[in-house]
Design a protein around this ligand. Structure first.
Ligand SMILES: C[S@@+](CC[C@H](N)C(=O)[O-])C[C@H]1O[C@@H](n2cnc3c(N)ncnc32)[C@H](O)[C@@H]1O
Length: 284
């Protein structure tokens, strides 16, 4: 985080330097025009200003790790929010995944498109010049991002409204009190921004569900579940309740429930001392 702030400061320094170079740039532009030199290719600078976040590229080892954590496959559509030089999108495309980078800086968008072309993946790696806060990412099954904690928190309500099971991977920064389902390090010789955090969008199950001889009452906080199961006259508190997309596991009264949400119903099995029985609940 400190490094990131320093990167932001160095972006300001870079901007000041750029102002200084502006004069030299004008002079060299004149001499370039005079000698008919080819225009220079856009070169981004690490720490350069972005609309809401500076540009710092994710280490390639972490990009690979993020895609592995998300279990991204060619069946997925991936979106990288704030795609920088396009490395995550291009890496995904090389794995056969259709991917779209959203990037506010038009020069970075052009740079990414050229890189995708050079890597031979421009059919799968697409880039759009847009503000991530105004972007519809509801079609993505995998979302990657390297932003900042406050931006992640601002995106959180929109992410939680995505289809259950969507995987979101962030380089380094968390989502406030929504604890990640998994964290992993890039390993190898990665030295900064080497940690990835994965969240799986949980189904919304808060409330009461009817069962044959009673009801299940869920209290949901993101992917974590508390509550109780009432079967006949026995009421047991729910423990170890966790949602993974549309799959839920919880224990109550020594019985372990493994169920899957299917619209307004959940179906699965209840495994207890007396053996395994089918389990079904409907929203009540
Ligand atoms: C830290 S860089 C991450 C780049 C890339 N995702 C990666 O991991 O290498 C953040 C990027 O977000 C872009 N950005 C900042 N604010 C944005 C916004 N509101 N909409 C779209 N892109 C934005 C910046 O220009 C920068 O390229």
């Amino acid at each position: 985080m400190l490094g990131y702030k320093m990167a932001h400061r160095s972006a300001v320094a870079a901007a000041l330097l750029a102002i200084g170079f502006g004069f030299a740039g004008t002079a060299s532009a004149q001499s370039a025009a005079a000698t008919q030199e080819a225009p220079t290719v856009y070169q981004p600078t690490v720490g350069q200003r972005g609309k809401d976040v500076v540009w710092v590229p994710s280490p390639q080892a972490l990009v690979d790790r993020m895609l592995e954590m998300a279990k991204a496959t060619p069946a997925d559509f991936l979106m990288d929010l704030g795609s920088g030089d396009g490395r995550t999108v291009i890496t995904a495309a090389k794995r056969g995944i259709n991917a779209l980078g959203i990037e506010y800086n038009p020069d970075m968008v052009e740079l990414s498109r050229r890189a995708a072309e050079k890597e031979g993946v421009s059919d799968k790696a697409k880039f759009e010049k847009a503000d991530l806060f105004e972007t519809d990412f509801s079609k993505a099954q995998v979302i990657t991002m390297f932003l900042l904690p406050d931006i992640n928190r601002r995106l959180r309500p929109k992410i939680l409204d995505l289809k259950p099971g969507v995987r979101v991977v962030s380089n380094t920064f968390d989502m406030g009190d929504w604890t990640p389902d998994e964290t992993a390090d890039a390993g190898g010789d990665c030295t900064s921004y080497c940690r990835a955090l994965l969240w799986i969008v949980p189904a919304k199950v808060e409330g009461r569900w009817k069962i044959a001889d009673g009801e299940v009452s869920f209290e949901q906080k993101y992917q974590m579940l508390a509550g109780s199961v009432r079967a006949g006259s026995a009421v047991n508190s729910l423990t170890q309740g966790k949602i993974n997309g549309e799959n839920i596991v919880f224990t109550a009264g020594g019985v372990e429930y493994t169920v899957r949400i299917n619209g307004g119903a959940m179906e699965g099995v209840a495994k207890g001392p007396g053996g395994q029985k089918p389990f079904k609940a409907t929203r009540g």
